[in-house]
Ligand binder design. Sequence first.
Ligand SMILES: Cc1cc2nc3c(=O)[nH]c(=O)nc-3n(C[C@H](O)[C@H](O)[C@H](O)COP(=O)(O)OP(=O)(O)OC[C@H]3O[C@@H](n4cnc5c(N)ncnc54)[C@H](O)[C@@H]3O)c2cc1C
Length: 340
Amino acid sequence: MIKTDIIIIGAGPVGLFTIFEAGLMKLHCHVIDAIPQIGGQLKEIYPKKPIYDIPGFPSVLAGDLIDNLEQQVAPFQPGFTLGERAETIEKQEDGSFVVTTIEGTEHHAPTVIIAGGLGSFEPRKPIVDGLTNFEKKGIEYMVREPETFLNKKVFISGGGDSALDWAVYIAENSTVPVGLVHRSDMFRAHKDSVEKVYQLQNEGKIDLYTHAEINKVNGNETLESIELHQKNRAPKTIDVDYWLPLFGLSPKLGPIGNWGLDIEKNAIKVNHALDYETNIPGVFAVGDVNTYPGKLKLILCGFHEATLAVQTCYKIINPDKKFTMKYTTVQGVKGFEKVL
Ligand SMILES: Cc1cc2nc3c(=O)[nH]c(=O)nc-3n(C[C@H](O)[C@H](O)[C@H](O)COP(=O)(O)OP(=O)(O)OC[C@H]3O[C@@H](n4cnc5c(N)ncnc54)[C@H](O)[C@@H]3O)c2cc1C
C-alpha cells in the first residue's frame, strides 16, 4: 500500500502543479496516471505546439512547459504510478481513502485531488476496412513526434483544428506535399488555418480533397496505400507511408464517473466558491475535469484551482495547525529529504 498525504489522479499540467503547491505546505503527493508518461494533453496531443497564455511566458512549447513543471516539482519528491488507470476509490472508517488502479496497486491518503482532464484519451476512429491492421504501422490518431512525418507520403483526414494545423505544419516543413481529405468543403478549424491551407494548396504543398473520404487501407506488414473516394470522381488508390485520421478525441471520464461524484456533462461539479471540493468531502477536482458556473478549460485556471484545493487538504491533514502563507520569495523552496 502506497501511503501519502494527497493522491493526485492525473499527471497533466494541473496535477503536476498541484505537487508544487502541496509541497510548499509540506504535503507529500503521489500521482497516478493511466498513460505511461507525465504531461496529460500537452505531451499526448500537442507537445510541439506553442502556448501563448501561460503568465510570464510569451510563448512556450507544450512539451517544454511539462519539462519545466517536472523540474519545478522535483524537490518535493513526488511518487508516481504511471501506466495504470485509477479504477476505484474507497472511503475508510477514519475518513481517508484507498484508490486502487486497474493493476491492483493500492494508494492510501487522507485526501484525493482528481486532475483527470478529459479522462482517458479515446480517439474517434473512422469506419474503414482494415483499419486496425495498420494502427501504429502507418495509421496514427495523434501526432507525437511531427518529425516522423516529414519528407514522407502523408495523408491527413479531418476538418478541425488538429487536422488542419498538422497539415500546415507538415506541408511547411516537408519536401513532399501532404494530402488533406475532408468530407465537406466547410472546415471547423480556425479561419487562419483554413486560409493557410488554401495558400499551401496554391503553392502545391497541400493536395486538398474535399467531399472526399478514405474508405479502405491496404498493405502487408505496414500501411502501403489508401483508397480515396471523392464525390463525382472514380475511386483512387494512393500510395502512402502514413495516414492520420484526426477526427478528435472523445472525452471519456472512465471509472471516475462511477465514484458517486456529482457529474454534469462529463465533468465533476465542485464548490467553486471555496476550494474545488466535490460532493465527497476530502475529494477535490481541479483542471479540465471539473465544472462550475463560468468554468474555463485553461491551464492557468487549473493552476489557480489546485492552489486553493491544497489549502483545504492541509486543514484536513493538520486539523490542529494553522498554516500561514509566505511568498516563495520569502520562504524559498524547501524540498523534502526523502520520499514519504
Ligand atoms: C490542441 C490543444 C491546444 C490547447 N491550447 C491551449 C492553450 O493555448 N492554453 C491553455 O491554457 N490551454 C490549452 N489547451 C487546453 C489544455 O491542454 C488543458 O486545459 C489542460 O491540458 C488541462 O490540464 P489537466 O491537467 O487538467 O488535464 P490533462 O492535461 O487532460 O491531463 C489529465 C491526465 O489525467 C489522466 N487520467 C484521466 N483519468 C484517469 C484515471 N482514471 N486514472 C489515471 N489517470 C487518469 C489522463 O491520462 C491525463 O494524462 C489546449 C488543448 C488542446 C487539445
